[in-house]
Ligand binder design. Structure first.
Ligand SMILES: Cc1cc2nc3c(=O)[nH]c(=O)nc-3n(C[C@H](O)[C@H](O)[C@H](O)COP(=O)(O)O)c2cc1C
Length: 343
């Protein structure tokens, strides 16, 4: 069983932190689909200390999402520590994760995110300072290196371990690669062999079989799934099921997809209000509709809509036109969920 500090996970499947995606609406769906640990989108230390309404909403954790890891980023020791204390003392999160992989210049210019990958000493200092200041377990999520010339994944993970970090997640790409090329699972394996804390492997897991392969190849304690779950939380459920039983469940039917898309939208409406939810939902609907036969015509129309009801009507008519029932085991899991209301 995967244990991070004192937090026991019921399985080895982790939903990756994804900005603009991993808010309570999607995280709860991921949890209902059996995911062992869900990660929240990254939040800046400065924003937490500033305490504006939107940031404080980003720190909200529903009891049903637990265990949950909340990710912070920053470049200045004092403010990172202070922000970590806020997460420690004022949120319902179980784990405090530090972002060491964000590649965007706005973040790296502030000496935060992937910038740390060049300096194991800084990693040690920053992680030690946070560990000393908080009660909750501290983890780090990192890329394997800054660029192909600076791949310090092993040294960096060892610095995290020495500093008292309780686990490390490793995305098998450098900062320079962004999302191009393939994730290097060999280096994730090197990290796993070099530390004793749990290592969670990440990168290019799009099917349950990929998850199994990553775990076998790297010897990792857990597998983290990001893009494979976009518009496809079934991927999480199918992976948990495959890793536990060896059985490969079929993909969801279009009706199942639309049912969950509507649930997702309704939770976003509760969370953020209709205007924001509808805007945010456009990208999710594009993901949910990806690969659904005949969905191209619906996609174009739905992107123009500005209300929840109109979007739902289009989805309902589309599903009706397909005339299928949802009866697969995944549908049963989805229909067992209860309603979430966030205020
Ligand atoms: C839309 C999006 C947002 C992301 N936001 C974050 C983030 O907030 N924090 C983080 O550590 N990684 C973030 N990532 C990176 C993912 O957590 C993950 O490391 C990466 O997508 C590789 O995993 P995958 O191949 O399973 O997608 C993001 C990725 C995507 C696609």
């Amino acid at each position: 069983m995967l244990k991070i500090g004192n937090i026991e996970l019921k399985n080895r499947v982790v939903l990756a932190p994804m900005a603009g995606v991993c808010n309570p609406a999607f995280r709860l769906i991921a949890k209902e689909f059996g995911t062992g640990l869900v990660c929240a989108e990254m939040v800046s230390d400065k924003a937490i200390l500033h305490g504006n309404k939107r940031t404080m909403e980003m720190l909200y954790v529903d009891e049903r999402e637990k265990p949950l890891s909340l990710q912070i980023f920053g470049g200045d020791r004092k403010s990172l520590v202070e922000a970590a204390k806020v997460v420690d003392q004022q949120t319902n999160a179980d784990i405090i994760d530090i972002n060491m992989g964000c590649p965007v210049p706005k973040v790296t210019k502030c000496d935060a995110g992937a910038r740390w990958l060049l300096d194991p000493n800084k990693i040690y200092e920053m992680v030690s300072a946070v560990v000393e200041a908080v009660e909750k377990p501290v983890t780090v999520k990192m890329r394997i290196g800054w660029d192909s010339e600076h791949v310090f994944a092993v040294e960096n993970a060892q610095a995290v371990e020495r500093a008292g970090g309780k686990a490390v997640s490793v995305h098998g790409r450098t900062r320079e690669q962004l999302y191009t090329g393939t994730a290097n699972w060999d280096i994730i394996r090197d990290v796993k062999q070099a530390v004793t804390i749990p290592v969670i492997g990440n990168g290019d897991v799009f099917t349950p079989e990929d998850a199994q392969k990553l775990l076998e190849h790297t010897g990792c304690d857990g597998v983290m799934i990001g893009r494979g779950a976009l518009g496809n939380p079934w991927m999480l459920y199918r992976t948990v099921h495959y890793l536990t039983t060896g059985e490969l469940l079929s993909d969801p039917t279009p009706r199942e997809k639309m049912d969950v898309a509507i649930l997702h939208m309704d939770r976003l409406v509760n969370l953020k209000g209709e205007a924001v939810a509808v805007r945010e939902m456009r990208k999710h609907l594009a993901w949910y509709l990806k690969g659904v036969p005949g969905a191209a015509r619906v996609k174009d129309v739905i992107m123009e809509e500005t209300t929840r009801d109109k979007m739902v009507r289009i989805l309902a008519d589309f599903v009706e036109s397909l005339g299928e029932k949802s009866e697969t085991p995944v549908a049963a899991a989805a229909s067992n969920r209860d309603e979430a209301v966030y205020h």
